[in-house]
Design a protein around this ligand. Sequence first.
Ligand SMILES: *Cc1c(COP(=O)(O)O)cnc(C)c1O
Length: 401
Amino acid sequence: MPGFELFGDLERKEVNDVLDSGVLMRYGFDGMRNGYWKAKELEAALAERMQSRHAHLVSSGTAALTVALASAGVGAGDEVIMPTFTFVASFESILALGAVPVLVNIDDTLTLDPDAVKKAITPKTRVVMPVHMCGSMANLDALQKICDTHGLLLLEDACQAIGGSYNGQPLGSIGDLGCFSFDYVKTITCGEGGAVITNNETYYQNAQKYSDHGHDHIGNDRGAEEHPFLGYNFRISEMNAAVGMAQLSRLDEFLGIQKKNYTVLREALSQIPEVVFRTVPKGGQENYSFLSFFLPSEELAQKAHKSLGEYGVDACFYWYNNNWHYYKKWEHLTELKSLGKLPEEVREALPDYSKADFSASDHWMGRTISCLIKLSWSEEEVVERAKKMVKALQGAMDNKQ
Ligand SMILES: *Cc1c(COP(=O)(O)O)cnc(C)c1O
């Protein structure tokens, strides 16, 4: 997945444009910037690539989620449905607005289970937030139908799936709002950065103002601009956007490499009868940033994970035990370990997750292994890796009691 593996002359050139002018900020200083508007250019290029009317860059993927929710008017006490398997940024962004994260089971897509979403809807629900984990997507048709029926917003977290598609449409562009991260380990990187995309003019206008202290961005005198509503600072810097310009121009090249490497590994693993690949919803195209598969039991998955390590196959994750990506280790959320007092709305409405039954999620997560697909592997390295993975997994299966 990581774009940082292929940082080169293109990236350097874009950054040098900014260094030459010395204008490191995305707004203002019109006369000094030698005509360079990297953030604006990247927004135009991203909107075009994602077939979306608007793209707005911010400082991180977490900021993108926060700004996206804020732009649609989500606030204190509103409930946002999110999956048990995701990065902590999902609930961080929801809590930042005083809204309530409602955790919901995943299914064999490793993303939100539409039936579980239906059951979690209350009069306070405002948003359904599927997270397209590890390069593949939620069943967006089913989720869209639920959202239409109940008058809810669909917000896609496509931070780990940029470049994937669903029924021919880019992931992130299908819901009312979509979010990307360009942090250092994502498919394309800005160093740090993120983006919100939407076809909705109001959300876009709200997002670009909210992420810059409420600035209305009218005219070319920042000090004289109006502040129609309260905002915050989630701005991206011009330097980070410059890196993104180069990386976005290479997205399709990166996706091609990922697909090639993924396919070699997947074909090799297909020989092992116990390995079942994650379900990709009909009409979906992964971005091939991970190869994820199920083993027959939790015990065998743990054994397989250990065996992969022993064979020197790095970057394979057993998310079930992971501190950052699965609800089981989110005791800071469960026990509400905040530095300061949280809003009443959150303290009163947050479900008691220590008592929640997410056995349906455990059923899938306990058996899942996800292997990162790197861009920098040579053809020989991929073939070698495939052989090692087959041996490691067969070894783990042969020893089953
Ligand atoms: C990385 C990531 C984020 C947050 O992005 P940052 O840029 O690191 O803040 C949010 N959601 C998912 C699924 C991610 O993988």
